[in-house]
Ligand binder design. Structure first.
Ligand code: GLC
Length: 734
């Protein structure tokens, strides 16, 4: 619809109808739908429901077409409804969790996954996805790290931008067929809850917020995301849904966002719980003044905005502003011409879980696995070897992350099924996934599929007999998929005792142990590092995860993932991340000389496995860093180069990473920050020059006056295979 026509329609709307556009009702008011937050009794009238501008978590082409038809018939101006849902890492063809996708260091993988998710969800009648989640995540206790792409602002920005493009396409005028509008979340700083406890207070300095937490959101806005979701947390003791500075000055004025701001689930109502609003009426006023356009799943706007405007407490212009942006979004989706957009039962059948989509998910999963250890080339396994595949994930179908709420696990092979037909691979469960009595809080309607082993000793004995009668053991360990995700923080990151016992006892009968770790977050895997010869982190790899694992375990595909988030030595170290500040007393590792230095008495400072780390089936050598000059003018660039050689016996892919350290600045700067990386595939014996161009923009930061600038001085350039590389050169910026 042309803008002038849309304006004509808009001008016909009553104030009540405009307010209705600002209300999002949970799917359960219209049909059964996934409950992804506290189910509030919203006290809505039928008229409220009939005027609501959007609904979340209802899916299905025929169902949504019927809802849309009925809704538009009843609506006084027949305005189409928006259908939104959490399509986080795939719709029915489930891709690896976003944290795993971050480990691919491949934005194209994330973009393709988002495009496939959009194609399937659009066919099912969805218009908007609540993705990408671009929250910087550095604390493994927080369960939602699984939805992030990790601890690095630069990598997160690339991944979030790629996902927006995958969901929306590149046309900034319309959302074409097979695409969805993308909703960036959770703005802002949600990934830094105190003590790693979900929804908890976030305490970030303004500079750290701008340096580390805002950049990825900004990249997603620059990529054109159509919506931004406000986060549950406070920043500077102000909840995001009431934070006018964050929503108007930073998001709209500085970043240039002109789309729709939607609250997270009931976050406007929760301003009362935060203690900044006496009741929903005050909460509604605070939120609409701050700039929240849609109230998700709370009665605050619906029950109060009309009187707030009539009482002169909220200018009607703010309602107009919000409602207009929502209509513009509906127009970008083409809903005034076709209110069903791509909803099509035939397309659902043809596109969902298509062979092409499953093949893409299988390839993506293989590229997200991270090989942390491979002593004596224990991997890949060889055809003639007798393999005992043991553990709670040997025969488990729940391989998708906890936000895969529309997944159908029945189409996911187990490892036993994926290895089917290979007589050399035998299976035993060995132990339950959790210790007896461990808490289980299923996400949504998911039922808990696993009960503790009835006879744990018998299960263990059977597994040990198999282990003793095998050349190698593939030990499948980890956490259940509902132990990460929303409202799934953990204060203890160790594996359950039953799994650790299985590991210890297996090591007594067979030293050749390959551990496959299924997890939604970095865990404390010290016993695994001690007792396993090989460790492959599979995260939650999705629909095709087991098949992808057979590809990598057998060497058909070599692993190439790199950690997007550090594995802590233990939970006491979290949050642990590579881009730390030096402190005035950096610890250099010698307890005798460095007593009064920043360290622990009982554990090392270094993580068990660092950001950017990951092995493959070959070996690489990286030459010393060379620079084409030692002094750089601001208008200039510097070329940094290494020669990478494949010194092993098989083809492999290395992700060469470039880090920069600003040695002395007007504020303390991280000891290094990743500014670029390149994935390089080499055959055995092959070598290649890998060149990076260092620009002045890469050197900018928020200086003592909060100006985003570079400052003259000495810089160190590190180039290597992970964030601990000491392969460096030095240059000076004039
Ligand atoms: C949840 C989550 C958010 C999700 C929304 C809708 O509480 O915080 O990520 O998109 O509600 O399900």
């Amino acid at each position: 619809m042309k803008t002038e026509e849309l304006k004509k329609l808009f001008d016909q709307l009553s104030l009540k109808e405009k307010i209705g556009q600002m209300v999002q009702i949970p799917g359960y008011f219209l049909s059964e739908g996934n409950i992804t937050g506290p189910a509030l009794d919203m006290g809505l009238t039928q008229e409220d429901i009939d005027l609501a501008g959007s609904v979340l978590s209802v899916i299905g082409a025929d169902r949504l077409k019927a809802i849309q038809t009925a809704y538009m018939e009843k609506h006084p101006h027949h305005i189409p409804m928006l259908f939104m849902a959490d399509i986080i890492n795939g719709y029915r063809t489930v891709f690896p969790i976003p944290l795993a996708q971050g480990c691919s260091f491949d934005p194209a993988l994330a973009e393709n996954g988002a495009a496939i998710a959009a194609e399937e969800a659009a066919a099912a009648g969805i218009h908007v996805t609540f993705s990408p989640m671009a929250d910087l995540s550095r604390d493994a206790r927080w369960g939602r790290v699984m939805e992030s792409t990790g601890e690095d602002p630069y990598l997160n920005g690339l991944m979030a931008s790629a996902m927006v493009q995958g969901y929306q396409g590149m046309d900034h005028e319309t959302i074409p067929e097979g695409k969805l509008a993308a909703c960036l979340k959770h703005y802002a700083g949600y990934g830094a809850p105190t003590a790693g406890r979900d929804y908890n207070t976030v305490e970030l300095s303004a500079r750290t917020l701008r340096e580390d937490y805002l950049p990825a959101y900004q990249r997603a806005v620059e990529a054109g995301c159509d919506l931004v979701m406000t986060s549950f947390n406070t920043l500077d003791r102000i909840p995001s849904s009431a934070n006018r500075w964050l929503l108007r000055e930073v998001l709209r004025d500085e970043m240039g966002f002109d789309g729709v701001v939607i609250s997270d689930w009931a976050a406007i109502h929760e301003l009362v719980e935060h203690g900044i609003a006496a009741d929903d009426r005050e909460a509604a006023k605070l939120a609409v003044l701050a700039g929240v356009d849609i109230d998700m799943a709370s009665p605050a706007y619906c029950r109060n905005l009309l009187s707030l405007v009539k009482d002169g407490e909220v200018p009607e212009s703010l309602i107009d502003e919000a409602a207009w942006r929502i209509l513009v979004l509906k127009n970008r989706l083409g809903l005034f011409e076709n209110p069903y957009k791509d909803a099509s039962a035939a397309d659902e059948t043809a596109k969902i879980l298509s062979d092409a989509h499953r093949a893409a998910a299988r390839k993506a999963a293989a590229d997200t696995f991270v090989l942390l250890k491979n002593d004596n080339a224990l991997l890949p396994i060889r055809q003639e070897e007798r393999i005992g595949c043991i553990g709670p994930y040997a025969d488990r179908r729940q391989l998708s992350g906890s936000w895969s709420i529309f997944a159908d696990d029945s189409v996911t092979e187990t490892l036993r099924e994926a290895f089917s037909g290979d007589a050399n691979v035998r299976f035993a469960k060995g132990c339950s996934i959790l210790d007896p009595g461990a808490p289980r809080v299923p996400f949504g309607a998911q039922k808990i599929a696993d009960e503790p082993e009835t006879d744990a000793d018998a299960a263990l004995e059977e597994a040990l007999r198999l282990a003793a009668d095998s050349d190698k053991v593939i030990l499948t360990l980890g956490e259940p998929n509902d132990y990460s995700g929303e409202a799934a923080s953990r204060a203890n990151l160790t594996l359950p005792e039953c799994q650790q016992r299985l590991l210890r006892e297996t090591a007594k009968v067979n030293p050749n142990i390959v551990v496959i770790l299924f997890c939604g977050r970095p865990l404390d895997i010290r016993p695994v590092k001690e007792l396993a010869g090989a460790i492959l982190v599979a995260w939650f790899p999705g629909t095709e995860g087991a098949l992808a694992l057979t590809d990598v375990l057998t060497g058909k595909t070599a692993p190439s993932g790199k950690l997007a988030m550090s594995f802590p030595y233990c939970v006491g170290q979290t949050p642990v991340f590579y881009a730390q500040l030096s402190t005035g007393r950096p610890f250099h590792g010698d307890f005798r000389t460095d007593r009064f230095h920043s360290k622990y008495l009982d554990i090392p400072n270094e993580p068990l496995y660092p950001f950017g780390y990951g092995l493959t089936y070959t070996s690489f050598e990286c030459s010393a860093v060379t620079l084409n000059k030692a002094v750089m003018e601001k208008s200039d660039t510097i070329h940094a180069c290494v020669t990478l050689a494949n010194t092993g016996s098989v083809k492999g892919t290395e992700t060469v990473q470039l880090y920069i350290h600003d040695c002395a600045a007007s504020v303390a700067r991280p000891v290094r920050e990743m500014k670029a990386f390149k994935k390089v595939t080499l055959s055995p014996g092959e070598s290649k020059n890998v060149e990076f161009v260092i620009t002045e923009e890469m050197l900018r930061f928020h200086d003592i006056g909060m100006n985003f600038v570079s400052e003259p001085g000495r810089f160190e350039v590190f180039i290597g295979s992970d964030s601990t590389t000491e392969n460096k050169a030095v240059f000076e910026l004039k």
